[in-house]
Design a binder for this molecule. Structure first.
Ligand code: GLN
Length: 383
């Protein structure tokens, strides 16, 4: 326990992902906890990176990112969603979506400003807001299994200090998208109160059962006040590359860039180069295959979890996690699962401001090879 850590950050312990992954390594458990693939990115991406590493791309890229990668990101938004962004003034390359969010929050928040978050939230949102001097205001949902927003409660939460809202759609760990109605309400409220939105769309390509991604900016009221964030982590199975981007109107992009330049300056040059090639080369068939593979992984894990009989299940619409509920204490459940079954999962109470609100919730990741999921599944089903 650090005693020199500034007081406001002390309530945030070690990230649950590090804690459980360390435990999984120690106990040699199969890691269905931290969301990272146990397979390599597409060969084309690896080859492009190897070529870039061999020469010509070892010095700083421009702080805002290589022009060809910014053009590729704008091209992706145009081809997939019909959006038009200027790559020179509206797209910024960052060190993963995490840095994009960090830079955006630090660029826009004044001390004491409120930032609305929805529970269960992705774990870095509250500490990021607090580090910027902001005040996280966490809104509950209807809870397991639907996690619907109460739109009246949402309206009541907005006030003169509400500077920003952060959403994750598709939503880790809940596994659903924000609906057009929810985005409309958010748009009306954000417009009325002069509030910005960060839309973390990292799982934009992991959607099931014929669903298509609904970007926050497809709601016209949000178009000029949203910073859209995404990355290569999930789309190209490269969580360790730390390449992401932020897309926003020029005024917001300028603000974000002025922080970003002093946080990381720029992201890895050869990897930026490789991602530009990969994005340009990935057509609808690439994304269709990603969907097909993740559907098979989701259904495989769900099948095994259903066999246990002691977990209530959800069927994710998107993202690569299954949210479940056990009858007792989720920490106890996860501890036993590691010790007895040799499988690690995340106690999802970590994604709540008051862990008691998330009692019983356990999240399983299925971004793993089918063979890994089957092996984990046999262990889970045998209990
Ligand atoms: N996004 C991943 C998850 O939700 C892990 C992120 C991390 O380890 N920081 O599991």
């Amino acid at each position: 326990m650090s005693t020199v850590l500034r007081e406001s950050m002390r309530r945030f312990g070690t990230s649950i992902f590090s804690t459980i992954t360390d435990l999984a390594v120690q106990r040699q458990a199969i890691n269905l906890a931290q969301g990272f693939p146990d397979f390599d990115p597409p060969q084309r991406l690896l080859d492009a990176a190897a070529t870039a590493v061999r020469g010509g791309f070892s010095q700083y890229a421009p702080s805002v990112g290589y022009p060809d990668l910014r053009r590729a990101v704008a091209g992706h938004q145009a081809a997939r969603y019909g959006q038009r962004w200027n790559p020179d003034t509206e797209v910024t390359v960052t060190v993963g979506a995490t840095e994009a969010i960090w830079s955006a929050v630090h660029a826009l928040i004044e001390p004491g400003d409120e930032v609305l978050l929805f529970e269960p939230f992705y774990d870095m949102y509250p500490p990021c807001v607090v580090a910027a001097g902001g005040v996280p205001r966490v809104l509950p949902t209807s809870g397991f299994p639907d996690f619907r927003l109460d739109l009246d409660e949402l309206a009541a939460a907005f006030g003169p200090r509400t500077r920003m809202v952060i959403v994750n759609t598709p939503w880790n760990p809940v596994g659903r998208q924000f609906t057009a109605d929810e985005l409309r309400t958010l748009g009306e409220l954000c417009q009325r109160h002069g509030t910005y939105l960060i839309s973390d769309e990292t799982y934009e390509h992991v959607l099931f059962d014929g669903r298509t991604h609904l970007p926050a900016v497809s709601e016209p009221l949000l178009a000029d006040r949203t910073i859209t964030v995404s990355s290569v982590s999930k789309t190209f199975s490269a969580t360790g590359w730390r390449i992401g981007w932020a897309i926003a109107p020029a005024g917001l992009t300028d603000a974000l860039r002025r922080v970003h330049q002093f946080v990381t300056f720029t992201a890895s040059s050869p990897l930026q180069r490789a991602v530009a090639t990969m994005l340009d080369d990935s057509g609808p068939e690439f994304y269709a295959q990603l969907t097909a593979e993740y559907t098979e992984r989701r259904d495989t894990l769900l099948g095994y979890l259903a066999k246990r009989g002691d977990l209530e299940l959800t069927r994710p619409e998107g993202a690569y996690f299954v949210m479940t509920r056990c009858a007792g204490d989720e920490l106890e459940f996860c501890r036993e699962l590691i010790d007895r079954a040799g499988v690690a999962a995340i106690p999802a109470s970590a994604f709540f401001a008051e862990p008691a609100t998330g009692r019983g919730l356990v999240r399983f990741a299925f971004c793993k090879r089918l063979e890994t999921l089957r092996q984990a599944g046999e262990r889970l089903a045998a209990r």
